[in-house]
Design a protein around this ligand. Structure first.
Ligand code: ZN
Length: 245
């Protein structure tokens, strides 16, 4: 949830994708690895997981970056310890462009997941859709290779589940930015305060739900923290500082 770019390091990886410069900070790999640790994986499974996180976050940031470039704003991408960042300098601000660029991140992930599902079907394997809260929203006839099945499961989990989580109206997730833009259409003067309140309530609700129903303490702690930071921002905002407007 780092919103500023980390400083340059000699271990940064630099490359360019579709003409967009990408920088990967070394801590990105370490944190991706930590997220995948559950104690009993083989090294190859860990490698697949880190590859999944790398490709998926890159796809997400490419969504933001390509949308920004469509407005003529040259973007650049940084992958850092807690995710990614697509930076650009907008020459104007309107609700439509802001929502489009923000939604393009999760949108790119959903599109990527759709391509994976289409590839499974094209390979002649049956895909069964369904919904079970907190679990992968679909099942498919597995492949011979356990590694391939694990790779597909990881990719779908990150691109669909993280994408949906990211759309919740909570700061500083993409959904929090979108809710602020939408609330500004209704009440321009009060939208920041309203979206912060929405963020506190939504994040607290997700934390309670994750703890009691999903039994996922990582998501519970993460959202409890986001509820707290939104509340602190709200306090700072309410005490006369108008700088968030
Ligand atoms: Zn995003």
């Amino acid at each position: 949830m780092l919103l500023a770019e980390p400083p340059q390091s000699p271990y940064d990886l630099h490359f360019s994708l579709l003409g967009i410069p990408v920088r990967v900070h070394p801590l990105f790999w370490a944190v991706a690895l930590l997220f995948g640790l559950s104690g009993n994986q083989k090294p190859v499974d860990m490698l697949l997981w880190v590859g999944t996180v790398f490709v998926s976050i890159l796809v997400h940031e490419m969504g933001h970056a390509l949308a920004a470039r469509s407005y003529g704003w040259p973007p650049r991408i940084t992958l850092h310890s807690f995710g990614g960042l697509a930076s650009y300098h907008p020459t104007f601000h309107n609700t439509r462009s802001q929502i489009l660029i923000t939604a393009a991140g999760p949108g790119a992930g959903f599109l990527f997941a759709g391509l994976i599902i289409a590839s499974i079907a094209l390979a002649g394997h049956r895909v069964i859709f369904g919904w079970q809260f907190g679990l992968l929203p679909l099942r498919y006839e597995g492949f011979e290779s356990d590694q391939l099945n694990m790779l597909i499961a990881d990719l779908l989990y990150v691109n669909i589940f993280w994408g949906l989580i990211n759309l919740l109206p909570v700061y500083p997730l993409d959904g929090g930015q979108i809710s602020r833009e939408l609330l500004a259409l209704v009440s321009p003067a009060d939208s920041v305060r309203q979206s912060l309140w929405l963020s506190v309530i939504a994040a607290a609700a997700v934390a309670v739900l994750a703890f009691t129903r999903l039994n996922d303490k990582y998501i519970a702690i993460f959202f409890a923290y986001l509820a707290y930071t939104s509340y602190s921002t709200l306090q700072a905002f309410g005490s006369g500082s108008g700088r968030f407007r």
